[in-house]
Design a protein around this ligand. Structure first.
Ligand code: SAM
Length: 320
């Protein structure tokens, strides 16, 4: 999945920086508090004792449940379904060309069949999330967008014309038990503790609930009156995307964290600058920062080219 702010290409940099500060990972509890696709938590889950992963968005919860917590797969061929002219077909194919009509009917049919299988107890909770994450992953591959769901393309692009295959969203099995949550980070932080806290909040005004609204619609499986050209539903407005709220949200989070090692990913073109983050974090312990240059996430060839510096701010909290 082409995810805004994904750290899948920065995993080595993150691991190297974490290992510089934390001598042995083996018995540690690692928390990925803004987990998104779960790339970072999944990378650490075989290296630490326990991963706690969280994201405020329902679609992200499905993805992290599968990538991090899950231990059961299911034969996807056993989900018996019939293509259906349902909510996705009516609103996001016939009305707005986010999907081809045939793919939208398939998404509607599969979503209904997954729910039925769960209600009839043919699949358990782990298998339910495996099937749902697989549906999100499969639908996203044939979406007629430039990567996010804020808008759709007028003409069906090559991938969107191809027939959607119901493909597995794979995960790496782990002997240890991991936890996943679907909460606001600033609420969850009051109730958890551990050793390593990895923070990767949004760094600009782009709200994830809007940019991935169709994935939430598929997961939530509820009908509503779609709004605007893009057909979005009510969505969560994160404090981390708002210039007037982000500083206070971040400071409260750092203050309340019951973790000794805190790592914060943030890019040089984010709404908070490097010095403001340093000022906040250094109040709570010994502070340092590492830098990494990488290509900018681009939604289309027309977007701004160039390189972005990714910072990993580190604080070793006093008194922990
Ligand atoms: C930069 S992305 C994380 C990307 C992730 N590290 C990855 O590699 O896929 C930021 C994530 O924070 C989530 N988010 C935004 N505000 C949040 C909040 N207040 N609490 C928890 N999660 C939040 C978004 O839904 C989004 O998935």
């Amino acid at each position: 999945m082409n995810y805004i702010g994904s750290k899948k290409h920065l995993l080595d940099f993150i691991e190297t920086t974490v290992k510089k500060e934390v001598s042995s990972l083996k018995n540690k509890v690692f928390c990925d508090l803004f987990a998104g696709t779960g790339a970072v938590g999944a990378h650490f889950k075989t290296k630490v004792r326990k991963v706690i992963a969280n994201d405020i968005e329902p679609y992200a919860y499905t993805l992290i449940y599968n990538k991090i917590k899950n231990s059961s797969t299911y034969d996807l061929q056993k989900i018996v379904y019939a293509p259906k002219e349902g909510f996705i077909y009516e609103n996001y194919a016939k009305e707005r060309s986010y999907f081809s009509e045939n793919n939208a009917k398939k998404i509607d049919g599969l979503r209904e069949a997954i729910e039925k299988s769960f209600i009839c107890k043919d699949i358990n909770e782990d298998q339910y999330h495996y099937c749902l994450a697989s549906l999100l992953f499969s639908a996203d591959r044939v979406a007629n967008t430039t990567g996010v769901y804020g808008s759709f393309l007028k003409k069906l692009k090559f991938m969107a014309k191809s027939e959607m295959k119901f493909l597995p969203h794979t995960f790496e099995p782990s002997k240890n038990k991991h936890e996943v949550y679907n909460q606001d980070a600033n609420e969850l932080i009051k109730t958890i503790e551990g050793d390593i806290l990895y923070l990767d909040p949004p760094y600009n005004h782009r709200q994830y609930g809007l940019n991935y609204h169709i994935l939430n619609t598929i997961v939530k499986n509820e009908t509503f009156e779609p709004r605007g050209k893009s057909g979005f539903d009510k969505y969560i407005r994160s404090d981390y995307c708002q210039i007037t709220k982000v500083e206070e949200a971040l400071e409260t989070l750092i203050k309340e964290a019951k973790f000794k090692y805190i790592f914060l990913s943030y890019s040089n073109d984010g709404i908070l600058d490097k010095m403001s983050i340093k000022k906040i974090m250094s109040k709570y312990g010994s502070y340092s920062v590492e830098e990494f240059d990488h290509s900018r996430y681009r939604t289309s060839k027309k977007s701004k080219k160039g390189h972005v510096t990714e910072y990993l701010h580190v604080v070793i909290k006093d008194g922990m």
